[in-house]
Design a protein around this ligand. Structure first.
Ligand code: PLP
Length: 376
């Protein structure tokens, strides 16, 4: 491929910090770099507590444990999302209730939310798709009226904002991803943002295999022991060192990604208009996180045709997500065709263009040039 879809690179002091972590002979979790990365996120986002995790998937699993999700509880989740958003709750015995997305932002359709709520609803999980904020005012108002927890899947949205406030700071908790495809990465990694201070102590326990090891290290108890359920959700300090170096460069990374996104938007908008292709919608009260650039082609055939056309030009493009309610597991929970029509449609229409921190203007010219040649 001449232009790859993703290309994770070092952007700052990753090597230096990893070497420091190794030299300090403290490479398990919660070392100096874990503390630095968590503190950076706590200060920048003004979140009471940030715990680094081994993945966003694991932060989502922690949501379900911390909310004490039980078999029979229902959790409202958009069908248009990654499998981990739902799997985390199903692991604890919950029943997923799939909700459709808005046709403009592809975020949870808040107008359909009230109708999905029952006496068993335990949580609502907005996913800030492509790092563009969900309609949080409406979602929080509805959830508040029914006393239901809101927990945000913010895998795409670090440093994005809704009405001036950072994504990930609205719900009781939020999950971040530092997988290699994300704006900031350590290969595999994540974080749990905890906005509800009453959840902090138990979150530390759950992340430490169900032990009160964190309290022991702070000198609050004289021995540590098994006090709750939990697992091993703590990343190595070598990964935290890599991540901290990336987070230090957040302004540079976000500016670069904004440039990439804007180039695509400016250079594709006339072609898109002429061919009835939809480009991303970003409401004026949302500062997006510049996570990805996607387009919605008029049909599945045209989308597949574009992916092949780009491949013939040495350009890698990808699509996602398949509707969760129509997956094998989704059908097991009663999902059928027609439940979430917008999800079903956009899942066939969406294509993501190459997007990463070192994508050059020459590479983008090549991508745009090939797309402009795709006539139909
Ligand atoms: C919306 C969403 N949630 C969760 C995840 C899982 O992230 P991770 O790979 O860090 O577990 C992803 C992965 O891309 C995602 O897109």
């Amino acid at each position: 491929m001449l232009v790859g879809f993703n290309h994770p690179v070092m952007v700052g002091k990753e090597n230096e910090y990893m070497a420091q972590a190794i030299a300090s002979a403290k490479i398990s979790g919660d070392g100096a770099f874990t503390r630095k990365a968590s503190a950076l996120l706590e200060q920048q986002l003004e979140v009471p507590k940030v715990l680094l995790t081994t993945s966003c998937t694991h932060a989502l699993e922690m949501f379900a444990i911390l909310l004490e999700v039980q078999p029979g509880d229902e959790v409202i989740i958009p069908s248009f999302t990654f499998v981990s958003t739902v799997n985390a709750f199903v692991l604890r015995g919950a029943t997923p209730v799939f909700i459709d997305v808005r046709p403009d932002t592809l975020n949870l359709d808040e107008k359909q939310l009230e109708a999905k709520i029952t006496a068993r609803t335990k949580a609502i999980v907005p996913v800030h798709y492509a790092g563009v904020g969900c309609e949080m005012d409406a979602i929080l108002e509805i959830a508040g009226r029914h006393t239901i927890a809101v927990v945000e899947d913010n895998a795409h949205g670090l440093f994005g904002r809704y009405k001036g406030r950072y994504l990930g700071t609205f719900g009781a908790m939020a999950a971040q991803s530092f997988h290699e495809t994300k704006n900031f990465s350590c290969g595999e990694g994540g974080a749990l943002l905890i906005n509800d201070p009453t959840l902090v102590e138990r979150a530390e326990i759950v992340r430490e295999k169900g032990t009160n090891r964190s309290r022991f290290f702070r000198g609050q108890v004289d021995k540590y022991t098994w006090v709750d359920i939990g697992s091993s959700y703590l990343p190595s300090d070598i990964l935290a060192a890599f991540l901290f170096a990336q987070l230090e460069q957040r302004e540079k990374i976000q500016n670069q990604r904004k440039k990439v996104w804007s180039y695509y938007f400016e250079n594709l908008k006339d072609w898109a208009l002429a061919h009835e292709v939809a480009l991303p919608t970003v409401p004026n009260y949302c500062d997006q996180a510049y996570h990805m650039f996607y387009m919605l082609l008029p049909t599945l055939e045209l989308r597949q045709g574009l992916i092949v056309h780009l491949r013939q030009h040495g350009i890698e493009s990808v699509f996602h997500y398949l509707p969760l309610h129509l997956s094998d597991m989704g059908r097991h929970f009663g999902g059928t065709t027609g439940d979430c029509p917008v999800t079903e449609r956009v899942s066939e229409q969406l294509v993501r263009l190459p997007f990463h921190n070192v994508l050059t203007t020459e590479e983008q010219e090549r991508v745009v040039g090939a797309i402009l040649e795709y006539d139909f």
